[in-house]
Ligand binder design. Structure first.
Ligand SMILES: N[C@@H](CCC(=O)N[C@@H](CS)C(=O)NCC(=O)O)C(=O)O
Length: 207
């Protein structure tokens, strides 16, 4: 069986979500760092794997999967049992809610904020946009923090939903979000970080 390949970039938080899941599940894979500045992700060979030309993307034999959360769900089913996807249908629904929350709320607030702070020089940043994104981020984080006051993990047990949300949230202090008011998120982050196989985002990838 050929080894799974992950096309990624070490600084990608969406890629990190996939790396964290692979590490939690102890799945061996080949890490392929893409030259994003050189536009490698828009080359024809890569567009055959992901027509949107984005990372992360995985190749598993003849199958390629893109969109980080689709990859998480694929990996969970592909490497079941012990797949970080609840068997119980109610918990499955809750897990999916938080996975879609990550896509609709966090990927449209925290993700662009991080992008702006890393790649756009301060004097060129659109401050009105930054303020709007910060407000949206804080609103989403407040919702999550309130939920976590009554739940250890998003779907009660550690699942792909925790991985998806954690990957977007952990770098928040790096781009100036005041996380001090979110005590429940802080405690939840510690619980995620104590899971077997936990790795930090920039951890050397062991294939
Ligand atoms: N919704 C996608 C977002 C993927 C995404 O935005 N990837 C970024 C890196 S984190 C990327 O490839 N950017 C390059 C581009 O869009 O051209 C996912 O969850 O995988």
């Amino acid at each position: 069986m050929s080894k799974l390949v992950l096309y990624d970039h070490i600084e990608s938080q969406n890629g990190y979500k996939v790396r964290l899941a692979l590490s939690n599940l102890k799945i061996a894979y080949e890490f392929r760092q893409m030259d994003m500045m050189g536009g490698e992700h828009k080359k024809d060979w890569f567009l055959k794997l992901n027509p949107h030309g984005k990372i992360p993307t995985i190749q598993d034999g003849d199958v390629s999967v893109w969109e980080s959360n689709a990859i998480l769900l694929y990996l969970g089913r592909r490497f079941a049992p012990n797949n970080l996807i609840p068997q119980d249908v109610t918990k499955l629904g809750i897990m999916l809610e938080w996975i879609f929350f990550e896509t609709s709320m966090l990927q449209t607030s925290l993700q662009p904020l991080r992008f702006i702070s890393i790649f756009i020089p301060k004097e060129k940043q659109d401050q009105a946009e930054v303020i709007k994104l910060k407000e949206k981020s804080m609103k989403a984080l407040k919702t999550l923090d309130e939920y976590l006051s009554k739940h250890k993990f998003l779907a009660d047990d550690y699942s792909m939903a925790d991985i998806a949300c954690y990957g977007q949230i952990f770098p928040a202090p790096e781009f100036g979000l005041d996380m001090s008011q979110f005590k429940n998120i802080k405690e939840w982050q510690k619980r995620v970080e104590s899971q077997p196989g936990y790795i930090e985002m920039r951890a050397k990838v062991v294939a």
